[in-house]
Ligand binder design. Sequence first.
Ligand SMILES: Cc1ncc(COP(=O)(O)O)c(C=O)c1O
Length: 432
Amino acid sequence: MGSPLRLWHPFTNSALDPAPIPIERAEGVWLYPKGGRRIIDAISSWWVNLHGHANPRIATAVAEQARKMEHVIFAGFTHESAERLAEGLREWVSPRLTHLFFSDDGSTAVEVALKIAVQHFSNAGRPEKKEIVALEHGYHGDTAGAMSVSDDSPFTDAFRSMRFPVHRVPSPYTYRRPAGTAPEEFLEDCIRQLASLLEEKSESVSCLILEPLVQAAGGMIVYPAEYLQKARELCAKHDVLLIADEVLTGFGRTGKMFACDLAGAVPDLMCLSKGITGGFLPMGVTLCTDRVEAAFRSENRMHTFYHGHSYTGNALACAAANASLQIFEEEPVFERIAAISKINGERLREVEKFSVVGETRQIGTIGAIELRADDAGYLSAMRPKLYQFFLERGVLLRPLGNVIYVLPPYVISGDELHQVYDVIEEAVETLF
Ligand SMILES: Cc1ncc(COP(=O)(O)O)c(C=O)c1O
């Protein structure tokens, strides 16, 4: 017998990073490693967990589904859990979004949206409308298409040859605006640049993809709703499909069920994943309007959307998603979200007194602190120091370079959240 296979962990350099911590069990916001200590999961395990780890209602729903039917091919077949999920989401998403296509995770939900947008115009007899517009600082996943629409970063550096070209427009990241420009002026300039690109390229552009209101992995950049509203108007004006990547922002993160709701903007396509199953199982969903799907309803077989993953519409993932939606309906989830939001606001204001803090940002359950750094960005030397400091104090936070952020499961108590902020304050006060 050879030695066991070595596990290769994501976003981890085995020569530089500490050995992974084995977790034996998890409950609520707590992770329990071997040996008796416990760690608060203040980032919802990469932004997926909503109602707490090992949530008993979701666990039961998944177990019951597993005993009945674990999975069935979704081409030519359907099942009750998928149909129920379509009904359940109907209550939450705009009535203008009429169709739901399943995939496996956030990246594939994005791939599906991009492919639908491009084929929509091809089916409609306008194959020249195939180019894509995306934002600076955007992040949409790690598969080739999702990487292409994501901005250049250490994550994409080695893969330049694999990324297709996109039109890149400035992000309304007001903190990092050109010197001497007021935030409002900068915002207007970002909108102007988007407007002129769409005006100039309306014959060749199929879609604009963006993360609504929060550019997450790009640094938890919270931007004004006005940008999203203007983007919506401009896309409509130039017959460009607006893809809202709500993979992170969906399911209450920003205080409303979807970030687009906060801006009163209805996209043509919407990508969901992460929180959709409450953090239990991987699932991606792409929603679109009837007009978008209509181009695929055709006597011409070549107009079919030839895309599908083996686990499309997986019944266990659907059961988890249904249980999560039931929790939204039956438990005071939005009260929990409001309580987190209030504490985020209070504690972020307090932390602003430290000179190393450049800016704090908040939207709903997301709180972010951008530290002043000469090496700002994901590879900032601040990141490993902060990560280790937090872990030693029993808090899981994974700063995005020089940006510390809090993004907890909604069941975190006030005391637990204060504990997270106490540790952040200690780090900000003592480390730099
Ligand atoms: C906005 C956004 N889109 C897409 C993705 C990719 O999702 P996944 O990691 O599930 O492929 C992420 C992941 O962080 C994300 O934040």
